[in-house]
Design a protein around this ligand. Structure first.
Ligand SMILES: [Zn+2]
Length: 375
């Protein structure tokens, strides 16, 4: 049986490329993980998600524990079978979403009690319960249960929160136990403070994990501050294990994070913006709602090989968005996920060939040029 392992294959500056091996298949890094919140990447069939080049999906513990419940998914054969995705799945711990979505939250040393935003029912998430839920889901990469404040927050709040998360990381490790083929990732906290990030990294290294996430970023601090933290945070984590930056981001955030040594990322942005008429292309963002597209027979991106660009015009994409047809969200989500995976593949090749700096310069130059001129 394949065990979980990470094979670092090449570096270029701080940027890294490699392969994560799991019993459910390989994950090429740097990797972007589409978000399948409620056991679906909205508007996409799983086979379509795979066709975009995704090796792994993210599932949300908070949403799935409330509906349809982890116990029901377990009875039905686990999350992979339930949602018809047989490749790797990473699940978050529920910690972040319980703090942002649930009602009447109460945070204690034990965990977080809350009421469901769906039906008002009472629940408690603890490190032990989060590990149990992620095991019932059958997740390949399990995340430690943690807590993080939105930024800006004062140093004392960040410190208390980080230390609580480190105590929860030890409890998560204990509760996870020994599960060959499955991985448990620790989550570094500490806001934007280098010394607190180091304290957190040291605590996680002492416990020992299969991979390490950088948590508590992309929570309102802005790109410049995030990049400053990423100038030191990845290097504080073990070099021979995957590093995962949670909840990032826009294409330029992703390129900047990879440059600084991040191996994995996830974000709802490409799928969510696909449903609101926003397309991400190598020339930047395109708002398909704009009237300039109404008579435009050209594809969204002539160089893109996704179905939306190969088979449809900007005029059609504009029309179906305005007419609120379901195919609008389907096509734009497909395009956006395809673009994100293309970007990751481009970075993997550039790092392997030691030309990441040139790749990055070309990436920014194409965006600076902007969208093709109106007809
Ligand atoms: Zn496309």
């Amino acid at each position: 049986m394949t065990r979980f392992s990470f094979d670092l294959q090449g570096t270029d500056g701080s940027a890294r490329t490699g392969v994560i091996h799991t019993p459910r298949g390989q994950i090429r890094t740097p990797a972007f993980m589409p978000v399948g919140t409620a056991a679906t990447v909205k508007a996409m069939l799983p086979e379509s998600v795979e066709a975009t080049g995704a090796d792994i999906l993210l599932g949300n513990t908070y949403h799935l524990m409330l509906r349809p419940t982890a116990e029901r998914i377990d009875r039905l054969g686990g999350l992979h079978r339930f949602m018809n995705w047989d490749r790797p799945i990473l699940t978050d711990s529920g910690g972040f979403q319980v703090m942002s979505l649930a009602d009447l939250r109460k945070l204690t040393e034990e965990g977080v009690s809350f009421r469901s935003h769906v039906d008002g029912s009472k629940h408690m998430l603890t490190p032990e319960r989060s590990m149990e839920i992620q095991r019932l889901l059958g997740s390949d990469i399990v995340m430690c249960f943690d807590e993080c404040p939105a930024l800006p927050a004062d140093r004392k709040r960040i410190e208390e929160s980080m230390r609580l998360s480190m105590r929860w990381a030890a409890r998560s490790r204990e509760a996870f136990g020994d599960r060959p083929g499955h991985a448990l990732f620790g989550i570094q906290q500490g806001g934007l403070e280098e010394d607190m990030r180091e304290e957190s990294a040291e605590a996680l290294r002492a416990i020992g994990f299969d991979g390490y996430a950088i948590g508590g970023l992309a929570v309102g601090e802005g790109q410049e501050a995030m990049f400053r933290a990423l100038d030191f945070a990845p290097a504080q984590l073990p070099e021979d294990k995957p590093r995962y930056l949670m909840g990032v981001g826009k294409p330029d955030d992703i390129v900047g994070a990879v440059k600084r040594g991040v191996d994995m990322m996830d974000c709802v942005l490409p799928s969510r913006s696909g449903r609101t008429g926003q397309a991400w292309t190598r020339r930047g963002q395109v708002n398909i709602k704009n009237a300039r597209h109404a008579d435009d027979p050209r594809p969204l991106d002539a160089d893109c090989t996704c179905p939306a660009c190969r088979n449809y015009s900007r005029a059609y994409l504009h029309h179906v968005f305005r007419a609120q047809e379901m195919i609008s969200g389907m096509l734009l989500t497909w395009h956006n996920l395809h673009y994100y995976q293309d970007l990751m593949a481009g970075m993997r090749a550039a790092i392997a060939e030691n030309r990441f700096a040139a790749f990055e310069a070309a990436f920014h130059a194409a965006r600076a040029e902007g969208d093709i001129a109106p007809l």
